[in-house]
Design a protein. Structure first.
Length: 135
């Protein structure tokens, strides 16, 4: 939208429809495969993984020592309230983390230490708390 305004300043302040764009309904991934447009929404992901699109979801968590989520997840993952390292995890939790990182939520390149968001996901799983997996 900002790009259209940069190209044509007369569009400033106009709605998406007035700019000739599709209305915003839900966040979605847009791509093209062999020239065929592909749109993947949260509803599509929920359908494919056969999970309801509901439950707890946290994102944008700072991976810092002051996060209030540390008090919730450290007892679950590390059996203590202090921040620990990967080598403090039990073998079961290391295996869950490995399955998560390689199959569900790939981390990409970087540190071996799990992010707070990855630990939160496992916390929901271990506690059997509903998590919005598709989101």
């Amino acid at each position: 939208m900002d790009e259209k305004v940069l190209n044509d300043p007369s569009l400033a302040g106009k709605s998406r429809e007035e700019m000739g764009m599709e209305p915003f309904v839900d966040p979605e991934i847009r791509s093209s495969i062999m020239g065929i447009p592909v749109f993947i929404s949260q509803a599509v992901i929920a359908y494919v993984i056969r999970r309801a699109s509901e439950g707890s979801y946290k994102d944008g968590l700072d991976n810092n020592k002051k996060s209030p989520w540390n008090e919730a997840v450290h007892p679950t993952m590390l059996n203590n309230k202090k921040k620990g390292a990967y080598n403090n995890l039990s073998m079961e939790k290391k295996m869950l983390l490995k399955i998560q990182n390689e199959n569900l939520l790939p981390k990409g390149e970087g540190s071996d230490q799990p992010s707070l968001e990855h630990i939160m996901f496992l916390h929901f799983f271990i506690k059997k708390e509903k998590a919005n997996v598709s989101k």
